[in-house]
Design a protein around this ligand. Structure first.
Ligand code: HEM
Length: 440
């Protein structure tokens, strides 16, 4: 059965016991997500959200079954991504893309570098995979050095606020190093990172919508980021280093037979920051919680490091950082689990619910680090749009736990945890106090 989190009563919402109580999006919904999923699976695997579609009069639908979500993400023609439709709108407009309101460098770079599914694939293979994709093993030592340096800062005590002292700064340092940003700029980069993901945290409803005023403010703040990246690009063009931005300044994008413009590089950097920070933070932080909740597991991993990979994947399945995204639309009338979904509807893909679907997973709420083929989980999505940063995130998790297992003998919850989750669509607590014993 789903685990009842220690903070279960802190939500203003009632813990759902029937379908009419299920609310995945109102403030406090985070505390009951894992009680809502079995209800959705049993009673409404396809749940209509009336009036919440992409156009007036259309609806949104929450998909919670593994089979449905996996099918949708594997067919980008039948179920195009919201970004694809946004790019089509951009192309159809009489206003030039760069003058369209609330258009950031990422969207502009997508417009020129990957407007089609084919170019989307080339973009990933040629431009991001070498740095953040599955084969990007060049970062192993760098990640280990950052993990060890962070542990050095608190290893002489017996207690740590694990998010502020490890789970958050590790991906910040790793992504800054990969991109070629000076580490001293991390505090400012973190503020821009927060501005980028503001919709996912403070946005309204399943579409994570910000108000016009909030959007204006967000774009004003992120102008600073764009200028900062412009300056770094100039610097890297003069004095290249061994980093992704320097490489992007020079690489020939074979799919288009040309080099990249500064604006395009700026857009790729934007995508790396928006995707690369908090997601991995939450993964590592939830893994720490699972270790506290499963006595003996820390020692089992310490004794057999080959089990860390299965543990990390199983944690991603069981506590998916990105719980769901309203990111696909239907191009024709569909039927999912007997429910008619008309063309032009918006699909909210609930990755986290698919990851505990009892029709796909035996004992779905158990942490089973030996689970067969666990990497088929949906935490990073699947198919042609699968998360481009899954490779580096997996490496960060693996190396983080190897270093922590080297340096510590055990961890447990320290007193004072509220386990309060941050608002929005991501699963992550705001802070996490751990007691630890240092390895002898
Ligand atoms: C545990 C960590 C992470 C999780 C759970 C995660 C999850 C996801 C999910 C579910 C999507 C949506 C895919 C779809 O619509 O089918 C996505 C997209 C994306 N992710 Fe991640 N992600 C993680 C780490 C990262 C990292 C480290 C980076 C960058 C280095 C990154 C960059 C992106 C980008 C740029 C996209 C948008 C799609 C694109 O531009 O191609 N993510 N991620």
């Amino acid at each position: 059965m789903p685990q009842q989190g220690p903070n279960h009563r802190s939500s203003p919402l009632k813990c759902p016991v029937s379908l009419e109580d299920v609310d995945l999006f109102s403030p406090g919904a985070q505390e009951h997500w894992y009680e809502a999923y079995p209800i959705l699976h049993a009673e409404a695997p396809v749940l209509r959200i009336p009036g919440e579609g992409p156009t007036p009069g259309s609806d949104g639908y929450i998909l919670s079954k593994y089979e449905d979500i996996a099918m949708v993400v594997r067919d980008p023609v039948r179920f195009p991504s919201g970004l694809t439709t946004a790019l089509q709108r951009m192309a159809a407009s009489e206003i030039p893309p760069e003058q369209q309101p609330h258009t950031n460098a990422m969207m502009l770079s997508m417009f020129t570098l990957r407007p089609t599914d084919e170019l989307y694939r080339s973009h990933r293979q040629e431009l991001t995979d070498p740095w953040v994709g599955p084969g990007a093993t060049r970062h192993t030592d760098m990640i280990r050095d950052h993990a060890d340096a962070l542990i050095d800062r608190w290893i002489d005590g017996d207690q740590v606020e694990f998010i502020g002292e490890f789970a958050r700064p590790l991906p910040q340092r790793v992504m800054a190093t990969v991109l070629g940003f000076p580490l001293k700029d991390i505090p400012q980069l973190a503020r821009w990172g927060e501005a980028q993901v503001r919709g996912f945290v403070h946005g309204r409803g399943h579409r994570n919508e910000l108000t016009e005023e909030q959007l204006d403010e967000q774009f004003r703040e992120l102008d600073g980021f764009k200028e900062y990246v412009e300056d770094i690009i100039q610097e890297k063009r003069q004095r290249p280093g061994d980093d992704m931005i320097s490489w992007l300044c020079d690489v020939e994008y074979e799919a288009l037979g040309r080099k990249l413009t500064d604006l395009e590089i700026n857009g790729i950097v934007y995508a790396m920051i928006i995707g690369g920070l908090e997601t991995t933070q939450y993964a590592i932080e939830e893994q720490a919680q699972l270790l506290c909740e499963h006595p003996g597991l820390f020692q089992a991993l310490k004794a057999d490091r080959s089990k860390i990979r299965g543990f990390c994947e199983e944690a991603l399945r069981l506590r998916s950082p990105t719980q769901g995204l309203s990111s696909r639309t239907t191009t024709r009338d569909e039927v999912f689990h007997g429910v008619q979904v008309p063309a032009g509807s918006l699909l909210h893909l609930r990755w986290a619910a698919g990851n505990v679907d009892p029709d796909e997973w035996d004992c779905p709420y158990d942490l089973d680090i030996e689970r067969k083929a666990v990497t088929r989980h949906l935490a990073f999505s699947q198919g042609p749009r699968v998360c481009p940063g899954a490779g580096i995130s997996r490496q960060e998790q693996l190396i983080a736990w190897n270093c922590l297992l080297d340096r510590l003998d055990d961890i447990e919850y320290a007193p004072g945890n509220t386990f309060e989750h941050q608002p929005g669509i991501m699963l992550g607590t705001l802070e996490l106090h751990l007691k630890f014993s240092r390895a002898g």
